[in-house]
Design a protein around this ligand. Structure first.
Ligand code: AMP
Length: 316
């Protein structure tokens, strides 16, 4: 089944403790659609400026991504400037220039109004709502993401979006900010009460946790010695996660657990280089191998009822 994604397509300037890049292709919709494209057909809705490079558009199209809904407008492409300190789990935003996104109103082409899977990637919640308002059928799954910029700037609009999505994927710091609740389990339960049936909390190098009413599943991140640039890892996770669910059409708990691993596999490629450089060159074989390595990493016993050795005098 296919996925429609609305989100940012950007040029990022990123600095880390060891290197920096002044202009790297970025944006939530970019990372999401590249990751999802390995599994399912993806169409992207967004806007770029006149400075958007032909090579970047071509690269997305070479991944089979439908860019018909990615319009070009006079002005400059959205720009995000961020930096990481020694803790590579948290990006510090130095500047956000909305540019062409400031006046953008997404219009879904008639053929795109009944997407089976929809992802509202990190972007102005007013735009996320505008997309929801144009749907003709309820998708099988609507996923959504956001970030501190919108939590602080457009909280009311964001609350409506959260009430309408089936799955919220959000990072650890942002769910704490959104709910005012420092404990992640309580924070996730609070979001579940607001509408979504599933909340996925992304935790950078510590992995991700998925909460539903009846299930909790945690995955580690792939243990990498070198993390070059974590920008886009969360969006990539979401793309792998939704891509897997769309490809299988299976929304059971077992399938969601596998989707969590696929999201982690895809994110592990993104962080290995600046922007989407490593993600875009990943091969189907590399993805399959990393999935197997994750299986080895997380497997510990086929029997959860195994009686543990116990000292009779303690804990009786
Ligand atoms: P992630 O590291 O997965 O949270 O996503 C990083 C990407 O989000 C970068 O490529 C940025 O271009 C994009 N981004 C940063 N700030 C915003 C924002 N306020 N709205 C939409 N996208 C943003």
């Amino acid at each position: 089944m296919s996925i429609l994604v609305v989100g940012s397509v950007a040029y990022d300037a990123v600095s880390t403790p060891t290197a920096s890049l002044k202009q790297s292709l970025g944006g939530s919709a970019t990372f999401f659609s590249l990751a999802a494209s390995y599994f399912a057909p993806v169409s992207v809705v967004g806007v770029v400026g006149e400075d958007f490079r032909w090579e970047d558009l071509h690269m997305l199209e070479e991944h089979g991504i439908d860019t018909g809904g990615l319009v070009k407008r006079p002005g400059k492409t959205f720009r995000w400037v961020g930096e990481y300190g020694q803790d590579m789990n948290e990006a510090h935003t130095l500047d956000t220039q909305l540019n062409v996104f400031a006046n953008f109103k997404p219009v879904l082409p008639a053929a795109a109004r009944k997407p089976p899977f929809l992802f509202l990637a990190n972007i102005d919640p007013d735009l996320q709502q505008a997309v929801l308002g144009q749907l003709q059928d309820r998708p099988r799954l609507v996923g959504g993401d956001t970030m501190n910029f919108w939590i602080q700037g457009k909280g009311d609009s964001l609350a409506k979006v959260i009430g309408a999505v089936g799955t919220l994927l959000i990072n650890e710091g942002e769910i704490r900010l959104l709910t005012g609740e420092p404990n992640l389990v309580k924070a996730a339960r609070q979001v579940l009460r607001q509408g979504p049936g599933m909340v996925v909390v992304k935790r950078g190098e510590y992995g991700a946790i998925c909460f539903t009413k009846d299930d909790v599943f945690a995955t580690p991140a792939y243990p990498l010695e070198t993390v070059v640039d974590p920008t886009g890892a969360g969006d990539t996770f979401a793309g792998g996660f939704m891509g897997y669910l769309a490809a299988t059409g299976d929304l059971s708990i077992a399938s969601v657990r596998r989707a969590m691993i696929v999201g982690s596999v895809m994110a592990s490629f993104t962080v290995e280089d600046f922007g989407p450089a490593r993600l875009q060159s990943a091969t189907a074989q590399e993805i399959q191998e990393r999935y197997r390595e994750f299986w080895k990493l997380t497997y510990f016993d086929g029997n959860g009822e195994r009686p543990l050795p116990r000292r009779t005098s303690v804990g009786a």
